[in-house]
Design a protein around this ligand. Structure first.
Ligand code: MEV
Length: 337
């Protein structure tokens, strides 16, 4: 049996970091995806090849409890492996079934860019592996297993990245610290999003811990910032539904300022954010965990090219994208392989 599943990356239009503390967020899938090919083996090994995630070809082995172990510390470049390993562990535990498999992972977005690659890797791995074992997990179960994967690897994670990668679309997500729900947003007005990417120095886990430490050290200052982000997400939801792009853009700018105040932006990201505004974006902000990584600009179609040029001049990598496409999906299922 060979299954290929794919899952999209994401941008956060509004609300990252505050979502970890139970605030709502508006998040969208992008047209960059991670593809996981899973072929069952007759032995109990898991092999992983993920050349464009910098994983050269690894054989995982199992301890006596059936858990996947990595014998060597492969360092941060191979952090994708830890998500894959945990996704397999949790899926086989949930299904109460384990078989060895060859996994080949391909991504058409940069790893560690703040575009939710690790969530997409987890979601697509869970979908492909469970299907190869002959199970039909529903989307809620896939989203939950993927969220648990992120929590176990990162220590702390909201359900945002894993649920958008599972369900896709443009959604308003609420999360009370335990449960989450997602409402698709119906936006009638046309707009474009340009992503700009600069090399990222820090992992999501490090940026989330930074905010946590700020909050612990300066609760009277930092809690109101998190509350304000929650408030502006609700305003942004109304602005987008109304089609008021000017106001939606202003709210992005405010959101960026508050994220900068939380210490998660960087000079390189700020440069791209300000350049996008100077070149006519309605608004712009960092997207994702920050510390480098991605920024987004909200714009109309006439200004896309000039914003892309501005990002390039500042040594950023522009990534044009369509947003709101499919969540996890099966690309092929071949019972004869
Ligand atoms: C990372 O893409 C988004 C954060 O809000 C972390 C999370 O929600 O788990 C920074």
């Amino acid at each position: 049996m060979e299954v290929v599943a794919s899952a999209p990356g994401k941008i956060t239009l509004y609300g990252e970091h505050a979502v970890v503390y139970g605030k709502p967020a508006i998040v969208a899938s992008i047209d960059k995806r991670v593809y996981v090919r899973c072929r069952l083996r007759s032995d109990k090994s898991i092999t992983i090849r993920a050349l464009n995630l910098q994983v050269p070809g690894i054989i995982l082995t199992y301890n006596k409890d059936g858990e996947v172990i990595l014998k060597t510390d492969y360092g941060r470049v191979l952090s994708a492996v830890s998500y894959i390993r945990e996704a397999i562990n949790l899926t086989s535990r949930y299904l109460n079934e384990f078989k060895g498999a060859d996994l080949t992972i391909e991504s058409n977005m940069p790893v560690g860019a703040g575009l939710g690659t690790s969530a997409a890797v987890s979601v697509a791995t869970i979908a492909a592996y469970s299907k190869a074992l002959g199970h039909d997990l529903d989307l809620h179960n896939i989203a939950k297993l993927a969220w648990n994967t992120e929590k176990n690897i990162q220590g702390i994670a909201s359900p945002m990245d894993t649920s958008i990668s599972t369900f896709g679309g443009i959604v308003y997500l609420t999360y009370d610290g335990v449960n989450f729900s997602i409402d698709p947003l119906h936006i009638d007005v046309e707009f474009n999003i340009v992503i700009g990417y600069v090399k990222r120095q820090y992992k999501t886990k490090e940026m989330v811990e930074k905010v946590k430490s700020y909050l612990q050290r300066h609760p009277d200052l930092v809690k109101p910032i998190i509350d304000l982000i929650g408030d502006l997400v609700n305003d942004a939801k109304k602005a987008l539904i109304k089609g008021d792009l000017e106001y939606a853009g202003e709210l992005m700018n405010i959101n960026h300022g508050l994220l900068d105040a939380l210490g998660v932006s960087s000079k390189e990201l700020n440069d791209l954010v300000y350049a996008a505004r100077a070149f006519g974006a309605y608004g712009s902000k960092l997207s994702g965990a920050g510390g480098g990584g991605s920024m987004i600009a909200l714009t109309d179609s006439e200004r896309v090219q000039q914003i892309i040029t501005a990002i390039r001049i500042l040594n950023g990598l522009p990534i044009g994208t369509e947003i709101g496409g499919d969540g996890v999906r099966y690309e092929s299922i071949d019972k004869n392989k």
